[in-house]
Design a protein around this ligand. Structure first.
Ligand code: LMR
Length: 328
């Protein structure tokens, strides 16, 4: 009875989330993989939907499907090209099969914080990356920020040697795989929705992610602790298919893109608060956070940074130099 009850509650919740669209409205499905509250992407997607549904009533209607309820990130772009989903915001690490330009974001310690990421994306070279998949039928509309990535495992991680021999869940990115191999660890690509179970059952020993994901997915429950390495960046690209965008009435498209841009500016500006609140929520829930002193953190830099040379040619040394200039 309890199980059946739980199931009924779950399906009501899943159905209750998307807005009710009226006949005649262009329905826009926005699919993503994270939770909705206390999460930079979840909050931004919902704000975008609320604004479109209020300001474009009768013309356009956005339904948000969070928590991988519609697609995981592996399936999203193909579904988008088929016209089955209209908007999504995968992390930049998920685009590798479509373009290699975002590999720069996965290089460990390449950006010192999200403000540096923001500045890089505002540059000509950074902004041009939004169009890098146009040939493949996908257009980037806006970059959405999350935060810096942290490292966790089923044992304390103080020195890089502590990671040796462990298996880490990674996003599907050759750069991130190389980063863990540089530590003498192994890497297993896996969909976001499966990570908690894999950590719990020991299929993998550890993972890397931003505070909002470590909190939202409760990874801290099934890890010894999280080490505050700030070693990488978790950032998103809001994408749509070129065909779908072209099919929209120009005035409707403009209004939607204006709302999306305003939501982007507002939520990207608030991202550090969301990030720090998630970090605090982990502590409040009893999760352990390990802080590193400068010398300890430098050891992680020294262990991971050599992977840059493996990818410099593909990423473009000029892009790496531009990122470094911003950090200074
Ligand atoms: C992950 O797969 O770890 C993240 O990209 C999830 C997300 O979208 O924040």
């Amino acid at each position: 009875l309890t199980a059946a009850c739980g199931l009924a509650l779950m399906s009501t919740a899943a159905l209750a989330d998307p807005a009710k669209c009226d006949d005649g409205e262009t329905v826009v499905k926005f699919s993503h993989v994270t939770n909705s509250d206390k999460h930079p992407k979840g909050i931004a997607a919902q704000l975008f939907a609320d604004r479109v549904n209020a300001e474009m009533d009768g013309k356009m209607c956005v339904e948000v499907y969070p928590n991988s309820t519609l697609y995981d990130d592996d399936a999203l772009l193909e579904a988008m090209l088929q016209g089955d989903v209209q908007l999504g915001a995968p992390s930049l690490s998920k685009f590798e099969a479509f373009t290699k330009v975002f590999q720069i974001y996965d290089l460990p310690f390449v950006f010192k914080n999200i403000a540096a990421v923001d500045e890089f994306q505002a540059s000509e070279a950074g902004a041009a990356m939004k169009a890098s998949m146009e040939r493949r039928g996908i257009l980037g509309l806006e970059f959405w920020h999350n935060g810096m990535k942290q490292l966790s495992a089923n044992k304390p991680l103080i020195t890089p040697e502590d990671a040796k021999g462990l298996k880490f869940r990674v996003q599907p990115s050759d750069v991130i795989i190389a980063q863990f191999e540089a530590l003498g660890a192994s890497a297993q690509p896996m969909a976001f929705a499966e990570v908690y179970g894999a950590l719990q059952t020991g299929v993998v020993d550890g993972q890397e992610n931003a505070w909002s994901n470590i909190y939202g997915q409760k990874f801290y429950e099934v890890q010894d602790g999280t080490t505050e390495t700030n070693h990488g960046v978790l950032d998103y690209l809001v994408v749509a298919s070129v065909d779908w965008l072209d099919s929209l009435d120009p005035a409707v498209k403009d209004q939607m893109l204006t709302i999306l841009n305003e939501v982007t500016v507002e939520r990207n500006g608030a991202v550090n608060d969301v990030d720090m609140a998630a970090r605090q929520s982990i502590l409040d829930a009893g999760g352990k956070i390990v802080e590193l002193d400068d010398a300890q953190r430098q050891a992680w830099v020294d262990a991971m940074k050599p992977v840059w040379s493996q990818f410099a040619e593909g990423v473009g040394q000029e892009n790496i130099d531009a990122a470094q200039a911003i950090n200074e």
